[in-house]
Design a protein around this ligand. Sequence first.
Ligand code: NAP
Length: 250
Amino acid sequence: MTQRVAVVTGAARGIGAAIAVRLAADGMAVAVLDLEESACATTVGRITDAGGRALGVGADVSDASAVSAAVERVASELGPPVVLVNNAGVIRDNLLFKMTDDDWETVMAVHLRGAFLMSRACQKFMVEQRWGRIVNISSTSALGNRGQANYATAKAGLQGLAKTLAIELGPFGVTANAVAPGFIETDMTAATAARVGVDFETFKKAAAEQIPVRRVGQPEDIAHTVSFLVSEGAGYVSGQVIYVAGGPRN
Ligand code: NAP
């Protein structure tokens, strides 16, 4: 069987980097996509040092022409992308009365427009191959979270997108699902701690006390679930949302 090609967005660091490394360890060639190609070098190096195949690609997922150029480049340099993980994300937290138009538009553009553009560009290859896997990285914030009207809306939207792609693309052997992480230790949660003026270790400890398994999540916890959803054996799991949060929702 020829090597499958995966694209992971926002894969320069954090959860995306862990997913890219894991899918490469699972045997896929991986396009490590992030805003700046140079920022992808560390993740690409981790994959190639372990004997895998990887390509760093710079693109803004909310830019339609950048997305089509990036996906065409992946197809010509690595092969047809049949696995897509829509992971790129940003936060612009604020209570509704302080949330600016730009806070709203930026979060919608990266999460929702980005996942739409990437999915539309990659589905062509999946349908041609009669096999594909799409995973959207949602969040427990989709259930509602104070100060995140923009982010919660976008993350709920990513679940609706996955369910609809599951219906439209299922007849072509393509599954689409969402993974909804709880608190994961990354730069994003470190930035949240900094914004509220709490030392990150204290912030993590307080979060862990509220989580049933009594620890915060690691990027590898999400990578493991994504690995399952994109595996051959998960072909009958589609249109689902898996919360990976150390408990039912947080
Ligand atoms: P992170 O460390 O901030 O990494 C996000 C990556 O996405 C960065 O490399 C960032 O690039 C990239 N990115 C941002 N905008 C982009 C764009 N327009 N086009 C391409 N790449 C872009 O965040 P993370 O914690 O790993 O989060 C990854 C995903 O998981 C996000 O969708 C996030 O919402 C979701 N999530 C995270 C948590 C958590 O607790 N950490 C919980 C639930 C869900 P730059 O570095 O250049 O900005």
